[in-house]
Design a protein. Structure first.
Ligand SMILES: NC(=O)c1ccc[n+]([C@@H]2O[C@H](COP(=O)([O-])OP(=O)(O)OC[C@H]3O[C@@H](n4cnc5c(N)ncnc54)[C@H](OP(=O)(O)O)[C@@H]3O)[C@@H](O)[C@H]2O)c1
Length: 265
């Protein structure tokens, strides 16, 4: 008679384990504050990680901390978004190290100085870091996942890409291009079952925004990281973080251009 409750308990445990399939995730730009919080949220679920950015010493420290605190598998390696000729070899190393790679989070970005970006050489760096480098590495990720018929790509874009403003239109243009690229990739990869999620944060309290004037409704990286990972369990394709930015941007996008061009934004 007691067999049935015990069997029931085993079935429940199995069901709980099935609820979350362990992922193996590459995080690009892993030293960023938002990426660190995202890595912690993945680690708390027991997922394996490959952390990448230009600062190997910092990556080593983050990896050691995650291994110690969560007992998960963590690898790391140098990645420079601007060095597009190195991306193919870099991605091959990731897949060789972590053959069960199941997802990618693209978190790197460079806000730059809009004033300095009036000079194109400074603007080119912003475009290379936020868009050209992203398009390059994502092409390798997409070509890898497509024939496997599984996987996910989460691209961190920005609300800044929804409308050009004088205060950050070079960064905004690069993020807007990234959002369009992710949209096209989602359309291409949908038939193969590979998920592409565009994340558009508003203001987040990180090194990128430190000391900037005019910030409002500033979110914590911890909150954003948790919501990025939670987005995998929902069906949305484009996620504004926090949610209310969807409505703020809806209003901003609908201000008629003859009025908008007169505004100081
Ligand atoms: N903070 C915000 O308010 C906000 C709002 C909307 C969107 N976002 C976006 O969210 C993402 C994370 O932002 P964050 O505020 O957390 O950033 P952050 O703390 O300022 O970090 C930026 C990261 O990008 C990496 N990076 C920059 N250029 C790179 C390159 N050429 N190659 C590789 N990595 C590069 C840096 O890593 P290394 O120096 O180690 O290479 C750094 O870890 C970015 O894409 C950003 O545009 C941020």
């Amino acid at each position: 008679m007691r067999l049935f409750p015990v069997a029931g308990r085993f079935a429940l445990t199995r069901k709980l384990m099935e609820v979350h399939k362990r992922e193996a995730v590459l995080i690009l730009g892993a030293t960023s504050a938002i990426a660190r919080a995202t890595a912690v949220a993945f680690a708390a679920r027991g997922d394996a990680l490959y952390l990448a950015s230009r600062d190997e010493e910092e990556l080593r420290r983050i990896s050691a901390d995650l291994r110690l605190r969560y007992g998960i598998e963590v690898h790391y390696g140098r990645f420079d978004a601007a060095a597009t000729d190195t991306h193919e070899a870099f991605f091959e190393t990731v897949v060789t190290t972590m053959p069960n790679l199941s997802g990618v989070v693209l978190a790197f970005g460079h806000l730059g100085d809009q004033q300095a970006a009036r000079d194109f050489s400074a603007g080119a760096k912003i475009i290379a870091s936020n868009f050209t480098g992203a398009a390059s590495i994502l092409s390798h990720c997409a070509n890898h996942f497509e024939p496997l018929h599984h996987g996910f790509i989460i691209g961190i874009s920005s609300v800044a890409g929804d409308r050009g403003r004088q205060s950050n239109y070079v960064y905004g243009a690069a993020k807007g291009a990234l959002s369009l690229y992710l949209q096209g990739l989602r359309n291409r990869l949908y038939p193969s079952g590979v998920r592409v999620i565009t994340v558009k944060p508003g203001f987040v309290d990180t090194a990128m925004t430190y000391g900037l004037p005019g910030l409002f409704l500033v979110a914590s990286p911890h909150d954003i990281g948790e919501r990025i990972v939670a987005a995998l369990d929902k069906s949305a394709d484009v996620v504004y973080l926090p949610w209310f930015w969807r409505y703020i941007m809806l209003i901003i996008k609908h201000i008629p251009e003859p009025i908008f061009k007169r505004m100081k934004l």
